[in-house]
Design a protein around this ligand. Structure first.
Ligand SMILES: CC(=O)SCCNC(=O)CCNC(=O)[C@H](O)C(C)(C)COP(=O)(O)OP(=O)(O)OC[C@H]1O[C@@H](n2cnc3c(N)ncnc32)[C@H](O)[C@@H]1OP(=O)(O)O
Ligand SMILES: CC(C)C(=O)C(=O)O
Length: 565
């Protein structure tokens, strides 16, 4: 790279529009959409679509709700020509959909394009020629009048064909291609000249399409260009002002949005942004951006995965996993604080209320995605995500301090492996840590009865294995946990106890959580899961004690077992 890029590149000159109004506008309705997947998208593919792929994509575009679809450049290729014929001859175009074709301003190409559209009920004939200073100089070697001459001649040929082929309802469209590199006064002059030939009226509008053939400046500059053009073009009430942003600087979506604020009525783009170089503007993102502002997008992406797989098949290009709204990872949080906030946001949310979940600008379910992938766990994750997965897949709601404790277990494993951990793997870790039967104390059975001395006391008889030896312990207390602490005779206190049911109906079990503190003031949890709630709580205490023993936090001299039963 150059030390001083100014030696080779120059800044785009700002537009003289000090009284611009677009920054104060908001978008309250969707623009008219035109998909150019089958033309601009197609011409950018390594392998252009065959008829079967074009047909599949056309059907998807119709199903999605596009009313204007540029279906090809029929004068350029036999495949495109045949595809247009197939659509018309097999009556595949729904009555509310209008197909569009592109042609250069060359007489033989225009003739062939009209031939392709013979018999169409309604069609958009899209004529273009390049108008930019650069292309005038290096491609065409023409001055301004020479370029206007190409446009006007093209417009005349189009008009003549349209008049001859009058069984079709024609909508005429003109693009001053490379508009972003064209002086604005000249862009207006060329378009006025074309309109002088086509004579649009408010009832029979033309489409003037202003392409950012190459995105050359920040999106506000494009918006200025659109507002300037919209103010200066003659017969504005007879014009549908269309934009066609490309994404060379990565800001096509912003450019399209600002252009709509600046007065554009229509947007041409593609699904997921396929197109020349860095692509056309992504209409899916534009539409869903509107949706998340509460504006009806007039396009239906309620099964966005289906759309994505179809587009990937037709274009033979993958969609990036971070692509807005559709990428495989865009509804996934790995990082701990995000997971915590999402978990809380989902829990606080009430159906039918406004969508307010941190880090998720859209409800994944609205585009046919599930909450399955919202939270995934790796070494960047925290307690919230881990707890969320156990709650979602195993119906286990951990107390907050247990979440903190267990997340350290998961974190250690994730850090060591460097890999993602599935909900199943996390459950296996949880079971191993808290529910295992490998500790010093292994529950066998128990009996509870009222104490003979005091009816308020319960007397517990517990059969268990202590380090492999069958043992029976007795204890008394004001509840089963108290009685077990008494029976074990170890130096720990129970700090907290919680339980909840897991599952429902005949499969329902109880999950009990006990937090103990040891003489060294260490606190740790034990968990028990059992169909019987008392058994679950006894298991929870034994789980905590076994964990404390494993860590050397409790004196490991096992109390003398009471013989017999
Ligand atoms: C920005 C865009 O996406 S515009 C659309 C671009 N899409 C495509 O080009 C895909 C399909 N195109 C093609 O297959 C071919 O270009 C064809 C079949 C249409 C024409 O092919 P060719 O006749 O070989 O000509 P080619 O495309 O190279 O055109 C170059 C000639 O057309 C002229 N020309 C280019 N665009 C236009 C136009 N819009 N109107 C009039 N003349 C034009 C050029 O000045 C050049 O003239 P020259 O031969 O006198 O120097
Ligand atoms: C023909 C025009 C609209 C075009 O595709 C472009 O300029 O990118």
């Amino acid at each position: 790279m150059l030390k001083d890029p100014a030696e080779k590149y120059r800044a785009f000159a700002p537009i003289a529009l000090s009284d611009r109004t677009w920054p104060d506008k908001t978008i309250t309705a969707a623009p008219l959409w035109c998909s150019v997947d089958l033309r601009d998208g197609n011409q950018a593919l390594i392998e252009p679509m065959d008829t079967a792929r074009k047909r599949r994509l056309f059907d998807l575009l119709v199903k999605t709700g596009f009313k204007e679809i540029e279906v090809g450049f029929p004068a350029a290729s036999q495949t495109d020509f045949d595809f247009v014929r197939e659509l018309i001859e097999q009556n595949l175009i729904p009555p509310d959909v209008t197909i569009q074709v592109l042609t250069q301003a060359r007489s033989e190409l225009i003739a062939r394009s009209f031939e392709a559209l013979r018999g169409a009920r309604r069609a958009i004939m899209h004529l273009y020629n390049s108008t930019s200073t650069l292309q005038r100089r290096v491609v065409f070697g023409l001055d301004r009048p020479g370029i206007i001459d190409i446009a006007v001649k093209g417009a005349q040929w189009v008009r003549e064909h349209a008049e001859r082929q009058s069984d079709t309802e024609w909508v005429l469209q003109y693009s001053p291609e490379s508009f972003t590199g064209t002086e604005l006064d000249f862009a207006v002059e060329v378009c006025d000249a074309v309109n002088a030939v086509w004579q649009p009226t408010p009832q029979r509008k033309v489409i003037l399409n202003l392409p950012a053939t190459v995105e050359m400046a920040t999106p506000n500059v494009y918006a200025d260009q659109i507002e300037w053009f919209s103010r200066h073009i003659a017969r504005r009430d007879s014009v549908i002002l269309s934009v066609h942003p490309h994404n060379d600087r990565g800001t096509a979506v912003a450019a399209a949005e600002l252009a709509v604020m600046a007065g554009a009525d229509r947007v041409e783009g593609t699904l997921f942004g396929n197109g020349e170089r860095t692509g056309n503007v992504d209409i899916v993102t534009l539409a869903l951006n509107l949706y998340t502002q509460g504006v009806k997008p007039d396009l239906d992406f309620s099964n966005i995965n289906e759309a994505a797989r179809c587009v990937e098949y037709c274009n033979q290009l993958p969609i990036h996993p971070r692509h807005p709204y559709v990428g495989d990872l865009v509804f996934t949080a790995f990082s701990g604080s995000h997971q915590d906030a999402i978990k809380k946001g989902l829990a606080a949310r009430q159906e039918e209320s406004l969508w307010e979940v941190p880090y998720l600008p859209i409800d994944p379910r609205d585009v046919g995605r599930t909450y399955e992938s919202v939270i995934r766990v790796n070494s960047q994750s925290g307690k919230g995500g881990i707890a969320y997965l156990l709650e979602r897949d195993y119906d286990l709601t951990m107390p907050r301090r247990l979440q903190i404790e267990f997340s350290q277990v998961v974190q250690a494993v994730a850090d060591a492996s460097g890999k993602e951990l599935s909900a199943e793997q996390i459950w296996a870790l949880f079971a191993d840590e808290y529910l295992g039967t490998q500790g010093d104390y292994v529950y066998g059975s128990h009996q509870l009865a009222h104490s003979r001395k005091d009816q308020n006391l319960e007397r517990l008889t517990l059969k268990l294995k202590c380090r492999g030896q069958g043992t029976v312990l007795h204890g008394e207390g004001n509840g089963p946990i108290d009685a077990l602490v008494d029976a074990l005779g170890l130096q720990f206190d129970v700090l907290s106890y919680e339980e909840h049911s897991v599952g429902s109906g005949s499969d329902a079990r109880a999950a009990a959580f006990v937090e103990i503190t040891t003489p060294g003031r260490a606190t740790l949890f034990g968990v028990g899961v059992h169909v019987n709630i008392i058994t679950a709580s006894l298991l929870a205490v034994l789980s905590a004690v076994n964990r404390a023993m494993r860590r050397g936090l409790l004196d490991d001299s096992i109390p003398a077992a009471s013989a017999g039963g």
